[in-house]
Design a protein around this ligand. Structure first.
Ligand code: BDR
Ligand code: CA
Length: 313
């Protein structure tokens, strides 16, 4: 069993990831931390509570985190996820939110894991504001982190802009800090970006069968997937962020390569781009903080979509 913490901006596909993390027998969901992203952080917390209820989660601690990116104003994605961030499906919940900031909940859980032989896999599925603040404020948590598998970035095309993926575009400074800090602290880190994000898909029939089932989690997941099909006018939908969780459960289903990655924070047309150096011959110094800010990290370039569609629920 793999202990995990999800850092989310719930979000339709974050919801699918939460359901998987609660339900999958190979995962032990230790905590969920929330951050401003697809929508404002209070709505993210509310959506997360509701999704955990629908998934039948026990008393998983949930914490509210950063209310905005480090430097720039919030940039939400309600045009994709709807005004409530959950395609209109959010409902009120009585679920408890812990009275501490997300980075303090992360610190508590990660410090408790140190020395137990059970380090935690941290899965950021949102702008990495909480993660940057955590690693700079409490670097002592590093031994409690088995690895970071984050959804964000791209080695090729973007979605928020021509070259920038939404989570990195929304807080490029945070992504740059998180990647650099992970490198400095020797935390293994995998980028599950747009190169694979759209490739684990569920068809209309399966989504419909889920919505028709007697299981509240499957009903919600089916409804969210069908809603995505409507928004994009397609007959199938990606599980999106949930794919990063599949990559934790079944790493053999993704093909990764180790590359130097830096985040562009100043380009006029390229801000938020993850610059993945795929040159075979480069003597790149991304790991040397005196030269530049970045790290050598594992980049997911290919995924067996069918295999992971069957890992998910
Ligand atoms: C990412 O942006 C968000 O809208 C999704 O939840 C996902 O984390 C995709 O670029
Ligand atoms: Ca997300």
């Amino acid at each position: 069993v793999i202990p995990v913490i999800l850092d989310v901006d719930t979000g339709v596909d974050d919801a699918l990831a939460l359901i998987l993390a609660v339900r999958h027998p190979m995962l032990d969901l230790r905590a969920v931390t929330c951050v401003s992203g697809n929508t404002n952080v209070d709505q993210v917390v509310a959506n997360t509570q509701y999704v955990l209820d629908a998934a039948g989660a026990g008393d998983v601690p949930v914490a509210r985190g950063a209310t905005r990116p480090l430097l720039v104003p919030p940039h939400h994605a309600t045009h994709v996820h709807g005004p409530d961030g959950l395609g209109g499906f959010s409902r009120p919940s009585d679920r408890r939110v812990v009275g501490m900031h997300a980075i303090d909940l992360l610190r508590r859980e990660l410090m408790a894991a140190i020395g137990t032989g059970d380090a935690i896999t941290v899965v950021p599925l949102a702008p990495m504001t909480n993660i940057a603040l955590l690693l700079r404020t409490y670097p002592e948590v590093a031994p409690g982190i088995a690895r970071i598998v984050f959804m964000g970035g791209s080695a090729q095309t973007g979605n928020a802009t021509a070259v920038a993926e939404f989570n990195v575009f929304a807080d490029p400074e945070a992504a740059a800090i998180a990647i650099a800090a992970a490198g400095e602290l020797s935390i293994p880190i995998t980028m599950y970006g747009l190169d694979v994000f759209n490739d684990v898909r569920i068809g209309r029939e399966r989504a419909h069968a889920m919505r028709d089932s007697g299981d509240p989690a499957a009903q919600l997941a089916g409804a969210l997937l069908e809603n995505q099909m409507r928004v994009f006018g397609l007959d199938d939908a990606t599980i999106g962020d949930a794919g990063a969780v599949c990559a934790v459960i079944d790493p053999e289903g993704v093909t990764t390569s180790n590359y130097s990655v830096r985040v562009e924070t100043s380009g006029m047309h390229t801000r938020g781009q993850t610059v993945v150096d795929r040159r075979a011959w480069s003597g790149d110094k991304a790991d040397d903080p005196t030269v530049t800010v970045g790290a050598h990290i594992d980049v997911a370039l290919d995924v067996d979509g069918e295999r992971h569609a069957n890992v998910w629920l």
